[in-house]
Design a protein around this ligand. Structure first.
Ligand code: COS
Length: 384
């Protein structure tokens, strides 16, 4: 749903200009230093980028899903690390509070998250619990008005920067699966919470992940999201339904950027006496990529509109995340191929993008997990 086309067009133009004038020129520095410059972070805050999806009454822009994915298409035309910094506040870090939080929790945290004053992280994955998220082992034991958390969370995006964590922990050790899990808001600085060293990754320099360790970490009972035990897994899954649509839009924007770079290179690069874009085998790679990007865009917009109508998009979000991330990987591969030897050299951005986008097929649920979700929902629908 688009609420006001004119306002949206202004926002999209502003973001597109910001990407071209500020972010793309900073890509190499960020890749070398592994840090996003402070002035860029300040500009992102001023533009309201940390609160894109936060409802207006809590200080955000209150974008609908359709509007948000359109922003995603634009902001992803540069290194994914920039989107990653604002990604958790707009998505998995804050959504738990938005969809299931109490009014007090919303009022306390959302305005600061929307302003970028606080960074939120989503702590679900553990060393022994990745795809099988419901098997998580972090415990939260009640002690008066507190819960005592023990366990380790792994690969937590923005953990080094985060001021609050949405933590999924097991409050009922008798129940091994999803129903024993509760979601908590844990503030950084709570005694017993430590953040490990930032992980060394294949790509996405400037975006940071780390372990988050809880050792007898006492969290007020009032910090249970929604105030209810045992529903934390459902909260996490709802968060991921939205997150997967958002990530799909990011995959599509990144693919557009890579295809655009490859097209420009193909027009300029001459072999056998003419620009390589005139060779049909190059044209095939360009055309296949264009068509696949168009397909991804269309399905993401369609699914976003469905979510805006209040309908469940569990199946569609997984379809979009699976198709767009795999498509992005194929486009990255073709783009490197079009660049030829130059595509393997770090001097050109495509080498960096090729490594950066590899993560899309893995995080917020691997392609194989999306297949499981889609197939299971098909069976459920048949039996309904
Ligand atoms: N919305 C709301 N509730 C949902 C849901 C959704 N999309 N999906 C599942 N649930 C609920 C189910 O309804 C079920 O509750 P009931 O028993 O009350 O019906 C509960 O959650 C457990 O669901 P399920 O039985 O499907 O859980 P499984 O353990 O079989 O696993 C998968 C579900 C595999 C889909 C889940 O573990 C998953 O998504 N894994 C990937 C995790 C991931 O994406 N990690 C990335 C890191 S986070 S960035």
């Amino acid at each position: 749903m688009i609420r006001d086309q004119e306002t949206l067009s202004i926002l999209l133009d502003t973001i597109s200009r910001f990407v071209k004038e500020r972010l793309i020129p900073a890509e190499e520095t960020v890749a070398e230093t592994d840090e996003i410059p402070a002035d860029i972070v300040s500009e992102m805050k001023e533009m309201g980028l940390f609160g894109l999806s936060t409802p207006e009454e809590y200080g955000g822009l209150g974008l609908t899903m359709e509007e948000e994915v359109m922003v995603g298409f634009e902001i992803a035309k540069t290194s994914p690390c920039f989107r990653s910094l604002i990604g958790t506040n707009n998505g998995i870090g804050s959504q738990g509070i938005i969809v299931d939080g109490t009014e007090a929790q919303k009022q306390h945290y959302l305005p600061k998250l929307a302003a970028g004053e606080l960074i939120a992280s989503f702590a679900l994955t553990e060393p022994d619990s990745g795809s099988d998220a419901a098997s998580l082992r972090t415990t939260a034991k009640r002690d008066g008005d507190f819960y005592v958390l023990n366990g380790t969370k792994r690969f937590i995006t923005n953990a080094p920067e985060a001021s609050i964590f949405t933590v999924m922990a097991r409050t009922n050790p008798e129940i091994k699966g999803a129903k024993g899990i509760t979601a908590f808001i844990v503030e950084r600085g709570t005694p017993g919470l430590t953040v490990g060293k930032a992980d060394k990754k294949m790509g996405q320099k400037g975006a940071h992940t780390a372990d988050v360790i809880f050792e007898n970490c006492r969290v007020p009972a009032a910090n249970i999201i929604g105030g209810q035990e045992g529903v934390g897994f459902g909260t996490a899954m709802k968060v991921l339904d939205k997150g997967r649509l958002h990530i799909a839009s990011i995959c599509t924007g990144a693919a557009e950027r890579m295809l655009n770079d490859a097209l420009h290179y193909a027009v300029e690069r001459k072999q056998f006496g003419k620009p390589i874009v005139e060779f049909q085998l190059i044209q095939a790679m360009l055309a296949d990529s264009k068509a696949e990007i168009y397909a991804a865009r269309s399905m993401i917009l369609e699914a976003a509109r469905k979510r805006d109508r209040g309908e469940s998009v569990s199946t569609e979000a997984s379809c979009c995340k699976m198709f767009a991330s795999e498509m992005c990987g194929r486009v990255a591969d073709r783009a490197v191929q079009i660049f030829g030897g130059a595509g393997y050299i770090a001097e050109y951005p495509i080498e960096r993008f090729y490594r950066d986008v590899r993560l899309f097929r893995i995080y917020e649920g691997t392609t194989q997990i999306q297949q499981i979700v889609i197939a299971r929902n098909m069976v459920k629908d048949l039996q309904a």
